[in-house]
Design a binder for this molecule. Sequence first.
Ligand code: NAD
Length: 411
Amino acid sequence: MRPSEATKKYFERAADQLELAESMRTHLATPRRELQVQIPVEMDDGTLRTFIGYRVQHNRARGPMKGGLRYHPEVDLDEVRSLASLMTWKTAVVNIPFGGAKGGIAIDVAKISVRELDRITRKFVDEIHEMIGPDTDIPAPDMGTDHRVMAWIMDQYDKYHGFNPGVVTGKPVEYYGIPGREEATGRGVGLLTLKLLGRLGRKIAGARIAIQGFGNVGTHTAKFLSEAECKIVAISDATGGYYRAEGIDIPKALRYALEHERVLAGFPDADRITNEQLLGLDVDVLIPAALGGVVSGGNAGGIKAPIVIEAANAPVSPEADDVLDKKGVIVLPDILANAGGVTVSYFEWVQNRQYYQWSLDRVRQELDKTLNNAFEQTWTLARDRKVSLRTAAFMLGIDRVARAATLGGIC
Ligand code: NAD
């Protein structure tokens, strides 16, 4: 199943619950604008390479469209389309005044130099600068991109449109960024994991957790949860998985990754396992925080964790979702679980427009409050309507977007 079909399935389930009219379903399921561009770049060795970039703007009924930029070899238009629609529902679930968008470049960042990355990003901005802007569409980091890439985007956009720090979020703190943005997605995943454990009457101290992915989201999730006295028994990245029944020393793993080009390859003090084995571990909480589609119809039957937190976007396919549901596994959906990033991106955008520097304390406080509200509303709706947390989150998001579209006048 293609990523956009998977997202559509979740959308339809919630739309059925809302008894949404067919005409509104078609309107909300259709992206507003899709762009594919060619990015020809001279590489360090003088050769020419041509990359393909995408930006999909899904919906702007609730505000400027917002969504990350993914640099990964598997990026294609369909994946970006699916992720753009998830952003629309995500910004609505946490009730921040943004719509949804997403972009990306099909590229393996591990195989190019920093200078090449800079040139590719600036060329991409040359192609999309008329489409983005602080009042229209605001990119942010996602897989394969980070604060440096966001700084280059702001700088390149400035060459066409002048000083506009609010055109992109996730910038370095020293360069118009906001304290707490880098940790925000992982912190949110951690906070919501604790909230869900509490709601289900499960113990937090010593809860056994497996995390797939040790990038921005995975590392900050691991840090937050280990500081909350959970036991992180497994971690992984693209190089493989690492298991220790007594719990992995997370500060040590973080230091190791920093000293080894951000990868865990060769990490001592843990047994090697595969990423597939990590997914099937007998743990209290499984947190996929890397790629989409890793829990599929094929392996969902082997998931032993009673709780799955979708830190990555779309890590559980609809077939897998059905299997997990039948097994009684509670899934906290991506559009809520990883919404901490876009929430703090919103604070950064507000800060840029106010020309006022927020403190880390204020960012954390407002983030915690926003996610708490979204969790409570989703939990209550799921309980009242007897639907899964995913369907409840989609219902909340879709209903808010549909109302805004109607109030604003669609045609
Ligand atoms: P990242 O590029 O910082 O890290 C990705 C991690 O996944 C790395 O550790 C990488 O080695 C690992 N990985 C790659 N391929 C893998 C594979 N086949 N098996 C196991 N691990 C693999 O990316 P990130 O920003 O941490 O994003 C991770 C996920 O979270 C993505 O799905 C992204 O869309 C989602 N997300 C990120 C943010 C954010 O603020 N960065 C916000 C919301 C959602």
